[in-house]
Design a protein around this ligand. Structure first.
Ligand SMILES: NC(=O)c1ccc[n+]([C@@H]2O[C@H](COP(=O)([O-])OP(=O)(O)OC[C@H]3O[C@@H](n4cnc5c(N)ncnc54)[C@H](OP(=O)(O)O)[C@@H]3O)[C@@H](O)[C@H]2O)c1
Length: 351
């Protein structure tokens, strides 16, 4: 305990000195200085922008399940301590490096941070990972697009090849990604959605947001409920974010040549795949790690961002913000998500 307090004191002192030594601007940031401990809000000094970099005045930052996992040391990427979490944001350009050609001062942008850092009033980021927001889209709506809609679009379009008229089953359906899947599947791809969620209120919200049917999986077998809705034929596509038994029941609900996309394990259990089921119905089981496309196939990654912005500009999709917290309430925002109380996207407002 004493060592912890001492480490925190040293960190605060270091940051304070950094801020004090700087002649320039300062900004507030959420810092994870110790895993599995509450974040602290600190004043830090701005750093100069590099030739390809852009300084952004952050207005909104999305809170993702992955941010919570990173701060617990349970995510695939483990940044060195201390770090500022936050993978996505919307804001306005404050300053551009000398070789920046894609955005100008004053532009409204969304950004994806490969090295986190977005839970702060200011973010310095490579121009390549910024996209301009069309005039008709608000900064709040735009902040919902990167992770949730980028993932929904690549899951449904690229990984599952969802066709008009097909039936899509989505689990954790009232969460940020779940509602984005419902939105894209129904309003862009013209598919029918069965929303599966953990309470009647969450099911109601998913129906209000476009799902045709809903199943409360806290009240019995998901597979049996889906069978009652679509018959023994099953669903064409399943998008699963819960894992464990919910994944297995989603897999068993698939039709001939069905596709299941693994997005995450919010329930905490990773299921083993009974491969005989794949063979019997010619099923494809695939994964999707959206953020990884940034390194592996940037063109596809960028297309998912442009598509999300375009669909939003065209009025096809309507991002749903469930709650907005101020920066100094970031730990309450994390709890809101961890305790399964959130619906839609949870945002931090930096203004
Ligand atoms: N692979 C990717 O690229 C990618 C991208 C985005 C998100 N994800 C993953 O997708 C999942 C959902 O992300 P999200 O941002 O949509 O999160 P979210 O808005 O916080 O939703 C998470 C949902 O998971 C469900 N859940 C089931 N068991 C849970 C538990 N034990 N604790 C907490 N929640 C539980 C809850 O819905 P119910 O109460 O209805 O069950 C909750 O609403 C996460 O696992 C995340 O890591 C993956």
């Amino acid at each position: 305990m004493a060592a912890r307090l001492c480490a925190r004191h040293l960190l605060s002192t270091w940051l304070y000195r950094r801020a004090a030594q700087s002649q320039g601007r300062h900004y507030r940031a959420a810092l994870c200085s110790e895993l599995k401990r509450p974040l602290v809000i600190e004043e830090v000094a701005s750093r100069p922008v590099g030739p390809q970099e852009v300084r952004v005045d952050v207005h909104f930052c999305g809170i993702n399940f992955a941010d919570i996992l990173v701060c617990r040391g349970q995510y695939q990427e483990k940044p060195p301590l201390p770090f500022t979490p936050g993978m996505e944001f919307s804001g306005t350009v404050l300053e551009t490096g000398k070789d920046v050609s894609t955005v100008n001062k004053g532009d409204r942008v969304i950004g994806v941070c490969p090295k986190l850092n977005a839970m702060a009033e200011e973010c310095v980021i490579d121009q390549k990972t910024l996209w301009r927001i069309p005039e008709s889209v608000s900064l709040q709506d735009a902040a919902v697009l990167p992770v949730s809609y980028g993932t929904a679009i690549l899951a449904l379009e690229h990984r599952a090849g969802t066709q008009p008229g097909e039936t899509v089953l989505v689990t954790a359906a009232s969460g940020a990604t779940g509602l984005a899947v419902i939105d894209v599947a129904t309003n862009v791809l013209r598919a029918k959605v069965i929303a599966a969620a953990g309470s009647d209120e969450k099911c109601k919200l998913a129906m209000e947001r476009g799902a045709q049917f809903s199943v409360n999986y806290s009240q019995g077998s998901l597979k049996e409920a889906v069978k009652k809705l679509v018959g023994s034929g099953g669903v064409n596509v399943a998008i699963d974010m819960v894992g464990g038994d919910v994944f297995l029941e989603s897999l068993s609900s698939l039709a001939w040549e069905g596709r299941i996309v693994v997005l995450g394990f919010a329930g905490g259990k990773i299921a083993s795949l009974p491969t005989n089921l794949l063979l019997l119905k010619n099923i494809s089981a695939v994964g999707l790690f959206w953020g990884r496309y940034q390194q592996q196939d940037f063109a596809l990654f960028s297309k998912s961002m442009s598509s999300a912005l375009q669909y939003c500009q065209q009025g096809l999709i309507h991002p749903h913000v469930g709650a907005v917290f101020k920066l100094d309430k970031v730990n309450e925002a994390f709890l809101h998500v961890i305790q399964r109380r959130s619906t839609g996207k949870v945002l931090l407002s930096l203004k």
